[in-house]
Design a protein around this ligand. Structure first.
Ligand SMILES: [Zn+2]
Length: 309
């Protein structure tokens, strides 16, 4: 009888996989650096080895399916990653069919931020909520939309690229070809760049900038200005999302949450100013912190086989 699934998170530098039962209990977790420099075959072997390892430990008969979250644009129907900064040699390679062939078990490919959003819906801050948006605040900003309890994918699987919502029409240029994308104004990378412009240091991370913001000196004031700008940019994006979806829950995750107290008031203020829907539903619409951290993607990937047929 099928009683567990395997969720995998294929990141930029490492691969993590977990066996999780149907109630969401993590039975086992493995992680390791993948040898991305060695190319496609090395990574494919690592994926197969991790799944085989967990499958042998927990019994092949009980395995209901495998979900894999990957960074990049997915073509669901073809089982391809069409574009990924972190996994360039997997681009346009039939990864789903190749792994299925090697393992003899079907697996589901999903964008990593979509998987994280689904994980939060299943076992995190979105438990019991069927409609939510997750923004992952990291070096870029990822997005995942859960509608009716399922990942909203669009017609090829590229929906939810929320980091590229324009929040400043003539803002900072982005690698996607647009300018003023929210990830160029509110990601960890953007915050570090602003800290440099404000002469707070060359490589100030989000956590450090949160610490500086606690100071009652000039540096503290500069840091609070940066968090205000970051929060306002997020607020513009959230206003659009709230107007578009009228969902009850918008979650934020990532390494910038330690600065929540500094950017949250600005984010909420701007989202309210710009969204009639938000003002009209202020007590029912929640903007909150995600709770699963970097395990969200593992839970979401593991949940996929239970809900996708
Ligand atoms: Zn962009």
């Amino acid at each position: 009888m099928a009683d567990y699934t395997i969720g995998m998170d294929l990141g930029g530098t490492n691969l993590r996989a977990a066996a999780i039962d149907k109630e969401g209990r993590m039975l086992d977790k493995i992680s390791g650096a993948t040898n991305f420099a060695e190319g496609r075959e090395a990574v494919l072997s690592d994926i197969v080895a991790a799944i085989t390892n967990l499958g042998e430990k927990h019994g092949a008969a009980g395995l209901a399916g495998i979900g894999v979250g990957v960074p990049g644009f997915i073509r669901m129907k073809e089982g391809l990653i069409t574009s990924s900064n972190n996994l360039p040699f997997l681009e346009n390679f039939p990864i789903r069919d190749e792994i299925t062939r090697r393992l003899g078990t079907k697996f589901i490919l999903e964008n990593d931020a979509n998987a994280a959003a689904l994980g939060e819906k299943w076992m995190g801050a979105g438990r019991g909520v069927d409609d939510l948006v997750l923004l992952t605040l990291g070096t870029g900003i990822g997005g995942g939309i859960i509608s009716g309890g399922r990942v909203l994918r669009g017609f090829v699987g590229m929906a939810g690229e929320l980091g590229h919502i324009t929040v400043v029409p003539n803002g900072n240029p982005c690698g996607c070809g647009n300018q003023g994308c929210v990830e160029k104004h509110a990601s960890a990378t953007a915050v570090t760049a602003m800290a440099r412009l404000m002469q707070l240091g060359h490589d100030v991370g989000s956590k450090e900038l949160a610490e500086i913001a606690r100071g009652r000196d000039e540096r503290g004031e500069k840091a609070r200005t940066i968090w205000r700008i970051m929060g306002e940019s997020l607020g513009v994006a959230l206003a659009m999302l709230i107007n578009t979806f009228n969902f009850p829950l918008y979650l934020l995750s990532g390494g910038m949450l330690p600065a929540w107290e500094f950017f949250e008031p600005h984010m909420i203020r701007v989202a309210k100013e710009r969204s009639f829907t938000f003002r009209a539903t202020a007590t029912e619409t929640k903007i909150a912190q995600a709770t699963l951290g970097n395990e969200a993607g593992l839970y979401g990937a593991a949940y996929l086989p239970w809900i996708e047929k």
